[in-house]
Write a protein that binds this ligand. Structure first.
Ligand code: AMP
Ligand code: MG
Length: 352
C-alpha cells in the first residue's frame, strides 16, 4: 500500500476567520463537502460602511466554537474522526487569524491529529480542484476585497505571479464606488443589482491599463472618474437612473479592463506552460455575472477552458480551507504548533 492509498479517505476540518466571515467546513478527499457553515458578520459591520478589525476579531471569538460544533454535528463526526485540522494562517486581519489559528491548534492537539496552517490565497487558488477536475498547471485570476492578481498555479505551494494591482483591489473599488453612490456595503452585489437596470454605454469611463503590455491592474483612476460623474449629476442624491447607469458603466469598464489583462496573461501563460489551457477565477468578485461572461467569451476565443466555482465557494468559506488542508496533507505538508499567524503572506513565499 503506498502513501496515497493509506490516506485515501482523508477527512479534514477547515476554519476561516481572516476577514468578516466566521466559517468552518468538513471536507473529504473525494471532494465531498460533508458540512459547511458560513456565519457572515455583515450586520456587525454595516453601520461602519466597512469591516472593523476589532469588531471582527471579537465576533470570531464569540461564535467560532459554535460554528465548529455545528459542522461536527452536521457531519456526525468527532474531532478524533478527522485526519487533520486546517485554519487560515494569513494573510488577513490579524485578530481573526489568531482566533482561528489558536482554535485549530487546540483542537488538533487535543485530538492528536496534524495541524495545517493554510494560506488564504492558496485556498482560493485551489478551490477549482475541489469543485472541478482541474490539473496543474492553470492560470488563476484572483479578484477579491483585498487582492487582484494573475498567477500561474503550478502545484501546491508553487505559484508564479504574472501581474497584480498597482493600487486598489478590484473588490475595494466596487466597495468604494458603492459607498460614494450611497448603495451600501458590501458594494459588489449592490452595484451588480443596481446595474441590471442601467445603461452601460451612458458613461465612457476609463479602462485603466487596457492595451498596455503585461498583466498589472489599476483601479484608482476609474474610482476618480466615478466620483466626478457623481458630482456632475445634479441634486444632492443620485437619481435611480443615474445610479443605475453609473453602476452599469463602472461594472462594464471593470470587466473589460480585467478581460484585457487576462488576455495578456493567457498569452504569457501559454508560452510558459504549453500543457496548460485553463483559466480559473476565484475570490468574492468572481461572483459578478458580467465579469464571468466576459471571461467566458475570452476563453472561448483563445481555446481556454473557463472554470468559475459556485458563488458560495468564491467568497470566503471553510470548505476551501479544508480542501487546501487536504491538498497539503496528501503531500505530507503539515505545520508545527509554533506557527505564527501572518497578516501578510504573499503566495510566492510558499515555495520556500
Ligand atoms: P472576499 O474578499 O473574497 O471575501 O470578497 C469580498 C469582495 O467581493 C467585496 O469587495 C465585495 O464587494 C466583492 N463582491 C462580492 N460579490 C460581488 C459581485 N457580485 N460583483 C462584484 N463584486 C462582488
Ligand atoms: Mg469576505
Amino acid at each position: 500500500m503506498d502513501d496515497w492509498d493509506r490516506v485515501a479517505a482523508m477527512i479534514v476540518l477547515g476554519i476561516e476567520t481572516s476577514c468578516d466571515e466566521t466559517a468552518a467546513a468538513i471536507v473529504r478527499d473525494d471532494r465531498e463537502i460533508l458540512a459547511n457553515v458560513v456565519y457572515s458578520q455583515l450586520d456587525e459591520h454595516r453601520a461602519f460602511g466597512g469591516v472593523v478589525p476589532e469588531i471582527a476579531a471579537r465576533a470570531h471569538l464569540d461564535i467560532l466554537d459554535g460554528v465548529v460544533r455545528e459542522v461536527l454535528a452536521q457531519a456526525e463526526l468527532a474531532p478524533t474522526d478527522l485526519h487533520g485540522i486546517a485554519a487560515t494562517g494569513g494573510p488577513g486581519l490579524i485578530g481573526g487569524v489568531i482566533v482561528g489559528t489558536m482554535t485549530a491548534k487546540a483542537l488538533a492537539a487535543a485530538a492528536e491529529i496534524p495541524y495545517i496552517a493554510v494560506n488564504h490565497l492558496e485556498a482560493h487558488a485551489l478551490t477549482a480542484r475541489l469543485t472541478d477536475d482541474v490539473a496543474f498547471p492553470y492560470l488563476l485570476l484572483l479578484v477579491s476585497g483585498g487582492h487582484c492578481q494573475l498567477l500561474s498555479v503550478e502545484g501546491v505551494g508553487h505559484y508564479t505571479m504574472l501581474g497584480a494591482t498597482v493600487d486598489d483591489a478590484v473588490g475595494e473599488a466596487f466597495d468604494k464606488c458603492a459607498k460614494m453612490m450611497g448603495l451600501g456595503f458590501p458594494g459588489g452585489p449592490a452595484i451588480e443589482a443596481a446595474a441590471t437596470k442601467g445603461d452601460a454605454r451612458r458613461f465612457d469611463f476609463p479602462r485603466p491599463m487596457k492595451g498596455r503590455l503585461g498583466c498589472d491592474f489599476s483601479f484608482s483612476g476609474l474610482k476618480t472618474a466615478i466620483r466626478q460623474a457623481i458630482l456632475k449629476s445634479d441634486g444632492e442624491s443620485l437619481s435611480d437612473t443615474d445610479a443605475a447607469d453609473i453602476a452599469a458603466s463602472f461594472q462594464g469598464a471593470v470587466a473589460e479592463t480585467i478581460a484585457d489583462r487576462c488576455a495578456n496573461a493567457i498569452q504569457q501563460f501559454s508560452e510558459d506552460h504549453p500543457d496548460g489551457n485553463t483559466l480559473v477565477v476565484a475570490g468574492g468578485v468572481a461572483a459578478n455575472t458580467v465579469l464571468r461572461e466576459k471571461l467566458a467569451s475570452l476563453c472561448a476565443l483563445t481555446g481556454f477552458r473557463f472554470i468559475a466555482p459556485p458563488h458560495a465557494l468564491c467568497t470566503d468559506n471553510g470548505a476551501m480551507i479544508a480542501w487546501a488542508g487536504i491538498e497539503r496533507l496528501r503531500i505530507g505538508l503539515t505545520d508545527d504548533m509554533d506557527f505564527a499567524p501572518r497578516p501578510r503572506w504573499p503566495l510566492e513565499e510558499l515555495r520556500a
